[in-house]
Design a protein around this ligand. Structure first.
Ligand code: HEC
Length: 199
């Protein structure tokens, strides 16, 4: 999902252009952020640790405060415009739509992804596009899944979910390899999109 991926990594989605969804949900941490809250755009500290988005498409409720949010395309508006805490600080839907519709590459990608909208971009289609990308964040048959089914034994650090030093890339990789599958960690389709607009 080219369009959703672009939006997910695009800092233009935050009011001051300083942070994208991926700033907090970073791929090298399985789309989470180590193990700590992340401050939002205004430096207002986050209140919860950033959860991984692995398999988020399969969860029945999203967000821990408001268990009523069950759809990814609704959840989108929480980081975008929420105040408790401020994450991306977007004032309203009109500003968001103006940002996206002002970009020639997005106009091209929206027209292609939503042909029936005939080039019209609105906040709901932006949310839908991001949700489609989030549903591709799927991890299946990781070592953790295999261990649960009794097929392998996990290394102790993975089994106990031990805290890892943030700067130890090798330890992080081996930890994530136990908890997610290789596709999820290394598929280029989930990584930062190229700068050039896809044809
Ligand atoms: C400032 C950091 C930050 C930014 C930016 C951010 N998030 Fe989050 N995200 C969080 C935190 C913290 C939570 C957990 C909050 C909660 O559950 O109440 C969360 C939760 C989520 C969840 C629910 C996951 C679950 O397991 O229930 C989804 C989905 C999500 N974010 C998607 C996004 C998308 C899409 C964007 C970009 C539009 C985004 N996030 C931007 C920090 C952030």
């Amino acid at each position: 999902m080219q369009l959703g991926r672009r939006l997910f990594y695009d800092a233009d989605l935050s009011a001051d252009g300083s942070m994208s969804c991926a700033t907090c949900h970073a791929r090298r941490h399985a789309f989470a952020d180590g193990n700590r809250p992340h401050p939002g755009m205004t430096d207002q500290p986050g209140v919860r640790n950033v959860p991984s988005l692995a398999n988020v498409g399969a969860f029945s409720t999203l967000t821990w405060i408001d268990q009523h949010v069950t759809r990814l395309d609704r959840q989108f508006f929480i980081p975008m415009m929420g105040h408790h805490p401020v994450e991306m600080g977007m004032p309203d839907r009109t500003t968001l739509v103006g940002r996206i519709a002002g970009n020639a590459c997005y106009r091209h990608l929206f027209a292609r992804a939503f042909p029936r909208a005939q080039g019209r971009i609105d906040a709901d289609t932006i949310a839908t596009a991001v949700a489609l990308f989030e549903r591709t964040l799927v991890s299946r048959d990781s070592a953790w899944d295999q261990a649960r089914q009794g097929r392998v034994t996990l290394k102790p650090e993975a089994a106990h979910g031990q805290a890892l030093p943030d700067d130890d890339e090798a330890a992080l990789e081996s930890f994530l390899r136990a908890l997610t599958d290789v596709h999820f960690l290394h598929d280029p389709a989930l990584a930062l999109p190229p700068e050039a607009c896809p044809a």
